[in-house]
Design a protein around this ligand. Structure first.
Ligand code: DQA
Length: 146
């Protein structure tokens, strides 16, 4: 099984960006731990991060042919990018949305996700653990395929 983990804008700053909200671990720490977690499950994890909407859309399109599922944290694009929503709606593999922080306990504008309705589900507010739970959910959803 092959999974693509996509992190959107400003998530490259994990570790130094608002550590009280996102913790002190870096994006590299997250990506390394997901690769190790995936290996234990016989799941090949690939990670991608971009601050650019079009690059995120291209990655979503290309993943359709190459992966069994996507885990995406679209960052602030979650709250207003109809283009990313349409990209997710346009592919056939399952997509799980993850947010590190509990967006519902934060500013009002973070309470809306325009992308969530076209995903298989959302995992919110559980820190980096949310990505691991998403891998497990994808594995389950795709029948635990190798
Ligand atoms: C986030 C929440 C978003 O509101 C924010 O813009 C982010 C990170 C999260 O993981 O908690 O960049 O997606």
């Amino acid at each position: 099984m092959k999974v693509l983990v996509i992190n959107g804008p400003n998530l490259n700053l994990l570790g130094k960006r608002e550590p009280g909200v996102y913790g002190s671990n870096t994006l590299i720490d997250l990506e390394k731990s997901l690769l190790t977690f995936g290996e234990k499950l016989n799941c090949e994890v690939t990670c991608f991060q971009s601050n650019h909407e079009g690059d995120l859309i291209d990655a979503i399109h290309e993943a359709d042919e190459q992966y069994n599922g996507i885990i995406i944290n679209p960052g602030a694009f979650t709250h207003y990018s109809y283009a990313i929503r349409d990209a997710i709606a346009g592919i056939s593999i399952p997509v799980i949305e993850v947010h590190i922080s509990n967006v519902h306990a934060r500013e009002e504008f973070r309470h809306t996700s325009v992308t969530a309705p076209v995903t298989a589900g959302q995992i919110i507010g559980l820190g980096f653990k949310g990505y691991e739970l998403a891998i497990l959910a994808l594995k389950d959803r795709t029948g635990g395929m190798n």
